[in-house]
Design a protein around this ligand. Structure first.
Ligand code: PDD
Length: 286
């Protein structure tokens, strides 16, 4: 069965879906996106992703697509048409396709481009990787200064994943002025004693939707949370570490730059938080 994708108001087989070569997402990475996970056919944290999408659009002075109020329906329709049980829905909005390449933003006559597609990932919540954890390396964070906006400028994060792969690791944590900002596509945490430590919110990192939920659940479970900078040296000394994102939920980190944390296996806190996150977010999935 060919996958059905959504482009500017139409549901089409993926082979028939088209976007202009003049689209500013293609030429200037002038676009924003969201990734929402699907478990048991339902969307996790949909409202949070929709609110952040609006925030990204506002920050870039980009018009919302006409279908902004129909996004839930479109997500659900794609999940249904593609028979997604576990997986994700990817959504991208760009500043549209003017008639020529021009650095200046086009006028209001150019409408934003809206594209959504699904990716099926059976058994997403039962990932065997979560049982063993992932290894991260550290790399310099050389991205632009508005990482709180979820833009499609993902070249450096892609390069970071490749650097990790080359080093025999799974992902990279980016470091700026001696402190970890975030993972290439996730937020980063360490655990020392009973304390969960993660960088505070600013323009330096993406305000993860999973991060917000996990910190809320952690506090509700009487776990101590400290939002502050931490270094790679501190991470190497931590009892455990983990990452969060819509596609990995809570994923234990078992080594940093080749140094094993604890006994090199997922600790107590990350697996527990993963359990709580999955249980609680399934209750509000729509
Ligand atoms: N990435 N930080 C960065 C740089 C990210 O790209 C992401 C998400 C996160 C976590 O945000 P959330 O919890 O809202 O997914 C943090 C998505 C999953 C991606 O690019 O595929």
């Amino acid at each position: 069965m060919s996958r059905i994708v959504y482009v500017n108001g139409e549901y089409l087989p993926e082979e028939e879906a088209k976007v202009s070569v003049f689209d500013r997402g293609f030429l200037f990475a002038d676009g924003v996106y969201e990734v929402t996970s699907v478990l048991g056919g339902k969307l996790i944290d949909f409202e949070g992703h929709k609110i952040r999408l609006q925030r990204s659009l506002d920050a870039l002075d980009m018009s919302a697509p006409e279908a902004m109020d129909d996004l839930l329906e479109i997500h659900r329709e794609l999940v249904a048409r593609n028979e997604i049980v576990d997986g994700l829905v990817y959504l991208q909005v760009t500043r549209g396709a003017p008639s020529d390449r021009d650095f200046a933003f086009p006028g209001d006559d150019v409408k934003p481009t809206l594209v959504l597609f699904t990716q099926s990932k059976p058994g997403l919540a039962e990932s065997p990787v979560a049982k063993v954890g992932i290894k991260v390396i550290s790399i310099e964070d050389i991205r632009w200064g508005r990482r709180d906006i979820k833009t499609v400028q993902l070249l450096y994060p892609s390069m970071g994943k490749m650097m990790a792969k080359k080093a025999g690791a799974d992902d990279a944590w980016m470091v700026e002025d001696g402190a970890v900002t975030e993972g290439t596509s996730n937020n980063a945490y360490i655990v020392k004693g009973n304390k969960i430590i993660t960088r505070g919110l600013s323009n330096d990192i993406l305000h993860g939707i999973t991060r917000a939920a996990v910190l809320r659940f952690a506090r509700e479970a009487q776990m101590e949370v400290e939002e502050r900078d931490f270094s790679i040296a501190e991470a190497k000394e931590a009892d455990e570490a983990f990452i969060t994102s819509a596609s990995t939920f809570v994923m234990p980190v078992v080594s940093v730059d080749g140094v094993e944390l604890g006994d090199g296996k997922p600790g107590r806190v990350a697996p527990r938080l993963r359990e709580i996150y999955l249980e609680e977010s399934l209750k509000t999935a729509i």
